[in-house]
Design a protein around this ligand. Sequence first.
Ligand code: BGC
Length: 725
Amino acid sequence: MKKSNVDINALIDSMTLKEKVGQLVQFTSHFFIKSNESLTGPAEQMGVAPEDLYTVGSVIGFSEAKDMIGIQDKHLKEDPHKIPLMFMMDVIHGYRTIYPILLGLCGSFDPELVKECSRMAAKEASASGVQVTFTPMVDYVRDIRWGRVMESCGEDPYLASIMGAAQVEAIQGGDISSPEHLAACVKHFAAYGGAEAGRDYNTVDASERALREYYFPAYKACVDAGVKMLMPSFNSLNGVPSTANKWLMQNVLRDEWGFDGLVISDWGAVHELCIHGVAENHRQASEMAFSNGCHIDMMAGAYYHNLEKLVKDGKISEEAINDAVRRVLELKKELGLFEDPYHNASPEKENSLALCDAHRAIALRAAEESSVLLKNDGVLPFSTDHKKIALIGPFAQAKEIIGPWSCHGKSEESTTVEEGVKNLLPNSDIISVTACSFIWNDTDTSGFEEAINAAKNADAVILCLGEPENYSGEGNCRTDPSLPGVQSKLANQIAKVNKNTAALIFSGRPLVLTDINDSVPAIMQMWFPGTEGGSAAANLLFGKANPCGKVVMSFPKSVGQCPIYYNHYSTGRPKKAKYENEYKPFRSNYIDCGNLPLYSFGHGLSYSNFVYESLTLDKDTFKEGEELTVSVTIYNDSEYAGKEVVQLYLQDLVASAARPVQSLIAFEKVEFAPHERKVVTFKIVEPMLRFYDAYCNFISEEGKFTVSCGRADALLHTTEFTLKK
Ligand code: BGC
């Protein structure tokens, strides 16, 4: 870290109350770009006086390095204290070079790859002038209707904790003054992903047990990884909006977890306390949020208008304001902004890094390792000798595959499936037919005939299907998350005329694929794969890359199964999996659908054939302080070199509170040569067996457990052991 000699306490002493409050206010860059003239638009509506802008502490969003430098220069001229602005942005899955959405990337089960992607994004963003990113988003999710599942790490709290912490470590890099790194902000605390009915911003009601067991671990892991900032969620949690939720923000976050960093509201969330109906006006909302430890008001303008008066009226102490300002200034100091207010950003660096070869190569590998081969009835990989290839569907030539929250990524800079296949097979005859749209209520099938003819004449058919980018992401929820429009119909008709057909699915969520699952011989889930998506698709389809991604959010058979997740508690009347397709009266099941998902958490095929030969334990009983070694033997019974994610699941058979039927407790991604056999070992220690008992104490209990390998809904070997106290 660069040594800064700025004396923060002396600086605070020299500031007026108005100037201090300004440090707790965040506005968008548009406010600053206009600040020479009188302010217009949202700034004017918010009643912001142009002459006050110099007091403001931070900025959200801007286009490029030169804008940031321009705003910072102007600000430093006007601010008598020369306190640099801090620039923040949502750098979610890449900056200019876009890697797959997190819901896909986490399915790589490769924390090092996630780190590589985060480092690359941090580097590009920092060169452009970003100093803080609103990442990672680690909201626990179970409902595919919610549009923001695409940003999340999926339905397993253990995996999400590892992936969340990996992002924090890579983004911050141990020294945020380094031009390669940024400060990270974990969000959205808490349980934003539990929105009722999968509708964004909706109410969340969750028991303390559910919060501690499923929703909290990933936020806590980010706090433990040293994340500098945290953002409360928009939703109310058990009746109280997070921004003003004392139990959440004080008792849990600060007192229990010891978080000592900076808290920033979500966009306009202080204002929304009034809409939630817990505050009468901005004055009360500001008092509630600030007293709850929300230091910065993002874009509500509530602190700007009210904090000073609240101090003067004795409602908030000036010491509390000083404490919040100190945190803001300390972060600026740690970023090295007092010495270099640009954090080494420059248009030259920005241009040389954006989409450079090294970054494109990372994006390609990430897209290959995130895609999931859901199904393969022997058609994939396609032979590279195929001469005539038909690409059919609305994603055949679509550039819009980078996904929502793509920051400064541009669709036109991505490779399409058509480009990917053409680059890989320059001598083949490739025909693309869009055939239909991906709009949810479009019924037009007039393009089918051309597509069917193309399919009939092709050696191989690639169906390029999915939902448009703006069907997921913030505010974009669906009650019917199946393939929109007539795409399922198209797929079924095509698969009838050409058996050598594989479908690629582009989407921001697991879609309900039941309609095409039986008819289409092979299905590859691409998610929104980013800049190199088309090349990754081609490499995977034609065997230049071997699929190894796994599902991290279950694909339901029907939306009526939502919320559906593998690690649910047992009921008193479960239905046995062998009756999956039969209705059983007085059992926990449905008349018209099975209980299992179509594709469960942990599922993902390979061109290799991984045979799980055995799972053994070195002892069947162990105590606190001891280790239990689990050995899993796997054989690659194929000619393909490949990678397998070896997953270890645990079930606590009898405990004082209901336990999940399975929980992932360890995993390792292992590389195999053709016909290679490997023994993968895991250690189980007592803390891995702890859970929240009936009183929410985190303890382990003596008794029997099972340990299994395989995937969540298809355990291949299971063995029992006992924990003795
Ligand atoms: C989102 C946050 C985001 C913020 C700033 C909000 O609408 O909920 O995730 O960080 O905007 O862009």
